[in-house]
Design a protein around this ligand. Structure first.
Ligand SMILES: Nc1ncnc2c1ncn2[C@@H]1O[C@H](COP(=O)(O)OP(=O)(O)OP(=O)(O)O)[C@@H](O)[C@H]1O
Ligand SMILES: [Mg+2]
Length: 390
């Protein structure tokens, strides 16, 4: 190690030590001390531009720690090759799930997975994404468990801890994880996962406050965490609520009385009238965030006579961009009452019966619609025919 790299490592360690004590020393003290150390790093001017890689950046993010329960038992009772195979399956699925929610798997440490939401790209709903990802990962391992249980005599489960706050990141050697993470937020997440029992997802109060309307949680009461002066109140995730959007959350809190927007509502009713007269309409509502697009749609829908008009609703999910026609397919699935547990035959029967009663003009399009809904069908020749003829 050259003199400069040694000094660099010492300065980096000093920054980490300061960040770890941020809650005790306070932001003002830590910020000014870290800044001084960073300036010393810049002055070092080591070769290969290593220096800039150690400069910490403070980011608001959500961190998910997921750990496999009963990993030791698994190692004792199953062939190492089999354990390795299972672990790579879990890691592969975890990466898929985290990336589906646009998070980053920072690293795998033994049987633990550390994922970040908000780094490198921030989203308005990062804490919600983290909880959804954890729930999906737990479900995957739960479903994997019965086959393993036969060997290890107990279920294989994940347990997770989630925290939200400032995280200091810097780029480092990839073998140590994508980003070097420091700060109290990271330490607390690690402590939370230690509190979680098999299949439990535990949140810090900071994360819970941000996801509250969207998930059912249970307070676990004050817990004294190692190295913390003040006890923390962790929350256990129980389930999702029915609330999916910010507007629904606002509705639950109680809407403000609806004012104005007469012109916009009248325009929507005009379009509906044209549709009823046989001239289908497609409307887009645009406006800056918070202007009232969702509320306008809500008020419009609530003015309709639901006995005469069917409303099908679907959402463009940020993480659904790679799925063609996702909102359309979602709306269709709801209308056809297709369930995940339905067999391919049931799906086929439900869909075809429904399309046939909806409108005879749809007959030629049934193969195309089945294809969109990913329902296996023998009508593939018919599909080519339909596409050529329509
Ligand atoms: N005309 C209105 N009268 C009273 N309150 C309104 C009106 N329009 C919107 N609001 C309220 O303002 C808040 C934001 O509105 P809304 O969620 O519809 O915005 P948005 O344009 O859909 O935002 P985003 O782009 O973030 O989805 C909501 O609480 C809603 O109830
Ligand atoms: Mg909206």
């Amino acid at each position: 190690m050259t003199n400069n790299t040694k000094q660099l490592a010492q300065l980096k360690a000093a920054i980490e030590a300061l960040e770890a004590q941020r809650s005790m020393l306070g932001d003002a003290v830590v910020d000014i001390s870290v800044k001084g150390l960073q300036q010393q790093i810049i002055a070092l001017d080591t070769p290969n531009n290593i220096v800039s890689q150690f400069l910490g950046e403070r980011r608001q993010a959500t961190i998910l720690f997921s750990d496999l329960s009963n990993y030791t038992a698994m190692n004792e009772q199953i062939d190492p090759e089999k354990v390795q195979e299972l672990m790579s399956q879990i890691k592969f699925e975890a990466t898929k799930i985290v990336e589906h929610h646009e998070g980053t798997v920072n690293q795998f440490v033994g049987d633990a997975i550390i994922a970040l939401f908000g780094i490198p790209h921030a989203h308005q709903d990062d804490p919600i994404r983290a909880v959804n990802a954890a729930m999906e990962l737990h479900k995957f391992v739960r479903e994997m468990s019965p086959a393993i249980e036969a060997y290890i005599g107990r279920p294989l489960t994940m347990h997770s801890g989630i925290n939200t706050g400032l995280i200091v990141i810097s780029v480092q050697d990839e073998r140590d994880g994508k980003f070097n993470l420091t700060g109290d937020t990271v330490n607390t997440a690690a402590r939370l996962v230690g509190q979680a029992k098999g299949d439990e997802i535990i949140l810090s109060p900071q994360t819970q406050a941000l996801i509250a309307p969207y998930f059912v949680t249970k307070s676990l009461g004050p817990v004294k965490m190692k190295g913390k002066a003040v006890p923390l109140i962790p929350y256990l995730i129980l389930d999702k609520t029915k609330i999916e959007t910010r507007l629904e959350a606002a509705e639950q809190r109680g809407f403000t009385p609806f004012i104005g927007r007469e012109k916009e509502l009248a325009a929507l009713h005009d379009c509906l009238l044209s549709t009823i007269r046989g001239k289908g309409q497609f409307v887009t509502i645009r406006g800056v965030a918070g202007l009232g697009k969702s509320r306008l749609l809500y008020e419009f829908q609530h003015q309709l006579d639901r006995n005469k008009i069917t409303v099908l609703q679907a959402r463009c999910q940020a993480y659904g961009v790679s799925t063609p026609y996702l909102p359309f397919v979602d709306a269709l699935r709801k209308e056809l009452q297709l369930k995940e547990e339905d067999s391919p035959e049931q799906l086929h029967e439900k869909a075809v019966d429904h399309f046939k009663t909806m409108d005879p003009a749809l007959d030629n399009f049934i193969p195309v619609l089945l294809h969109l809904l990913s329902i296996p069908s023998d009508n593939i020749l018919c599909l080519t025919w339909s596409l050529e003829n329509n």
